[in-house]
Design a binder for this molecule. Structure first.
Ligand SMILES: Cc1ncc(COP(=O)(O)O)c(C=O)c1O
Length: 381
């Protein structure tokens, strides 16, 4: 393990226009809500950006010549997934990708299916385009979140066009197994659905005995899959706006490109160059980050499981813990913990009222302080 990388201390983000920190500007609230990390990105990314900034010209930018080969090599290295560079479609963010996918394959009034709880834009992206979001609950079984295939079958109608999959899963932290993905792929084949797979958290698998499997690497399902990816979660670059879709089927790809035309803005130079450096040179930093996050995850799980009234689940991937606070019997759990000095994300937005999401991607001492405040608030209420 490379110990040259620093995660125990982090720059002060107050007054840096950070969405995460500005929400509680001037208040003593530790922000553990939106999914960005309080760590500096990999040194190789900062060096690359420095060089590009020194150039001093920021005109319209096309994808750097090397970047298709870098993306291709990274997917082969990380997941054994062989793609053709021509399958890559650049877009400025994953959320844009969710909206584009929702509109490309369903007409207004037609249905896009997903499972809850889920990262909020999965619910809003179809609705913003006047498509209908249909949801089925994941089921919690022996401490793990699973797909409920019976309910999924019942939720399909003649108007269903697309399944939105989050893999690994935000907010439950599940890494879907080969069997689970195969069942989802079969389901999409049987009902003639496009499978849109958001794999933005694929670089953040914490369990050493688990591996992320790109669903499109499983065979025939690739022909109906749009995989959405970005270096931004793993390397903490969401402020630079660079993401991409991998679409092997030419018809699906051109539908996506047509839906984007004239609306979706091109990518900025800094986003491209940061992505290039991260995917090409960032592996050692990524491994050190995942190791550090694993330690934070263990701390969160140990602490939260000993606080009466809170229930949490093992986080296999991501830096997000999902918490059931319903037994606390407080009317507004977010306000309750804000009052105690910790800012959490409201489960309501994930279609799960009474739940909370905690982002543990921060220096451990800050996390310890936040967990202490949570414990104190619960015990003294
Ligand atoms: C599952 C998932 N998809 C997409 C995003 C956002 O991606 P972007 O910032 O590229 O829109 C997030 C951010 O937390 C996420 O968790």
């Amino acid at each position: 393990m490379n110990t040259d990388f620093e995660f125990d201390s982090a720059p002060d983000r107050r007054d840096s226009s950070s969405s995460k920190w500005e929400k509680y500007g001037g208040r003593d609230v530790i922000p553990l809500w939106v999914a960005d990390m309080d760590f500096r990105t990999a040194p190789c990314v900062i060096d690359m950006l420095r060089q590009r900034v020194e150039h001093g010209i920021f005109g319209y930018t096309q994808p750097p010549k090397q970047i298709p080969a870098v993306v291709t090599a990274a997917l082969e290295r990380d997941f054994g997934w062989t793609i053709d560079p021509d399958w890559i479609v650049w877009m400025p963010s994953l959320v844009v990708g969710l909206s584009v996918v929702s509109r490309a394959f369903a007409e207004p009034g037609e249905e896009v299916l997903t499972a809850i709880p889920i990262y909020p834009p999965f619910l809003s992206a179809p609705r913003y385009g006047e498509r209908v979001t249909v949801t089925v609950p994941l089921q919690e079984c022996d401490g793990r979140w699973l797909w409920d295939f019976d309910r999924l079958e019942k939720a399909v109608s003649p108007k269903t066009r697309t399944l939105l999959l989050c893999s690994p899963h935000n907010p439950t932290g599940r890494v879907w197994s080969r069997d689970e993905l195969t069942q989802l792929a079969d389901f999409c084949e049987r009902h003639d659905l496009v499978l849109a797979s958001d794999e933005i958290h694929s670089g953040l698998v914490l369990d050493q005995d688990k591996k992320h499997i790109p669903v499109a690497s499983l065979g025939d399902i690739a022909a109906r899959t749009v995989t959405l990816l970005s270096a931004s979660k793993t390397f903490n670059l969401p402020g630079l706006g660079c993401a991409f879709a991998i679409i092997s089927d030419e018809q699906l790809r051109s539908k996506i490109q047509r839906t984007m035309r004239g609306i979706v803005h091109h990518i900025g130079a800094l986003g491209f160059f940061a992505t290039l450096a991260a995917l090409r040179d960032g592996k050692a930093w990524q491994l050190a980050l995942v190791d550090y996050l694993r330690g934070n995850r263990d701390l969160v799980e140990a602490q939260l499981s000993s606080i009466p009234g809170l229930k949490t689940w093992h986080v296999e991937a991501t830096y997000l813990a999902w918490i059931d606070a319903r037994e606390l019997s407080v009317s507004d759990p977010v306000a309750f913990f804000e009052e105690a000095g910790v800012g959490l994300y409201d489960g309501k937005l994930f279609d799960a009222p009474g739940f909370l999401r905690l982002n543990f991607a921060c220096p451990r001492s800050r996390l310890e302080e936040a967990l202490g405040r949570i414990r104190e608030a619960v015990l003294s209420r």
